[in-house]
Design a protein around this ligand. Structure first.
Ligand SMILES: NC(=O)c1ccc[n+]([C@@H]2O[C@H](COP(=O)([O-])OP(=O)(O)OC[C@H]3O[C@@H](n4cnc5c(N)ncnc54)[C@H](OP(=O)(O)O)[C@@H]3O)[C@@H](O)[C@H]2O)c1
Length: 319
């Protein structure tokens, strides 16, 4: 199916190394399968205090030290006083050659943070250029068309993505973008996008207890497209979503597997996603240096067949 590799190490070293998760080819970029999501570095709208700026800069720098070379961001990740792209630019310039920054366009946000209508196709260029300015780059490694505003399980409709994806394909042809991906899509929308331009990654909500997109994950595998789940850890973390509560499904099973390995439940959830296929990449979001180290270490965690069977049974595949 693919020529990508996974490093088979069963040892957890003192200093975690993102390389232990193996690598994946994202178009013309090679990344470690264990990356970092930048959304949490700015804090969330419902947080009562902003994230400490220096701490977020330190998390980014530490992530790169630990071998993370795939960072997910967006110009629309901002709070009144923090911008994910600005933090990345401040922390990581001059960028290393092997660093891949993936960004997203589509949703428009007003300057006071309100989400507005999805951008029209002709407005995507402006959003790409906004990312270029904020990140301080002349081209973007990967741009996802972040489709719609609805997440898994909330009744998405298969509207056509062709016009928007076509607009991004033009920007790729113009050299502003190297590779394209798509986010929050159904299988038919991915299939449609693939007829417009090569798709290197799909970013959908997915995790141990949120498996509505098993079919999308499988489709990506068939086409050697990376599947990049978000909210794989946070679903079980109190306060990680605006709803406040955490999904407690399978808590006992996850805790049992975690105890057997001497790791945390969050690490097991993350490792489970990576076991879903060599094309699955992780982008856990954190502003915590401790969680960062744990998440990178989870890339080296190898689950047994018995453990995987137990975990797979918690919320069996959709459909
Ligand atoms: N395409 C899209 O529509 C979309 C939507 C949402 C997010 N994303 C991207 O995907 C990335 C990941 O999604 P996400 O940040 O929502 O969810 P996530 O990474 O699954 O979870 C983040 C939450 O879990 C906590 N956490 C992280 N690591 C932990 C650990 N080892 N132990 C305990 N708690 C831990 C974080 O808090 P701490 O900060 O305290 O660690 C935060 O509350 C984002 O950062 C963003 O780049 C994309």
């Amino acid at each position: 199916m693919t020529t990508n590799t996974t490093t088979n190490t069963n040892t957890m070293t003192t200093t975690p190394d993102a390389a232990a998760a193996g690598t994946w080819q994202l178009g013309d970029r090679t990344v470690h399968r264990l990356g970092l999501g930048a959304m949490r570095l700015v804090g969330m709208p419902w947080d009562t205090t902003p994230r400490d700026r220096d701490a977020s800069v330190a998390v980014l720098r530490r992530a790169v030290e630990l071998g993370v070379n795939h960072i997910d961001t967006a110009a629309f990740y901002f709070t009144p006083v923090r911008s994910a792209n600005e933090l990345i630019s401040t922390a990581l310039q001059p960028y290393g050659d092997d660093l891949t920054i993936t960004t997203k366009v589509g949703p428009a946000r007003s300057r006071n943070g309100d989400f507005e209508e999805m951008a029209r196709p002709e407005q995507l260029r402006g959003q790409v250029e906004e990312n270029l300015r904020q990140l301080g780059r002349d081209h973007l490694d990967i741009v996802n068309l972040r489709w719609g505003t609805r997440m898994a399980g909330e009744g998405r409709e298969p509207e056509s993505v062709a016009e928007h994806f076509g607009a991004l394909a033009e920007l790729r042809d113009a050299g502003l973008v190297r590779n394209l991906g798509i986010s929050n899509v159904l299988p038919e929308q991915l299939t449609e996008a693939m007829t417009v331009a090569p798709v290197v990654c799909v970013q959908n909500q997915y995790g141990l207890t949120s498996r509505e997109d098993d079919a999308v994950l499988a489709l990506c595998g068939e086409h050697s497209i990376a599947f990049v789940p978000f909210f794989a850890v946070g679903a079980a973390v109190p306060g990680a979503s605006p709803r406040g509560g955490a999904d407690e499904t399978g808590q006992a099973e996850v805790a049992g597997v975690a105890a057997a390995h001497g790791v945390t439940p969050a690490q097991v959830r993350l490792a489970w996603t990576l076991h879903r296929g060599p094309h699955v990449l992780a982008i856990p979001g954190t502003g915590s240096p401790v969680h960062l180290e744990e998440n990178v270490a989870a890339g080296a965690l190898r689950l047994t067949d018995e453990e995987l069977a137990l975990l797979d049974g918690i919320a069996p595949a959709a459909g």
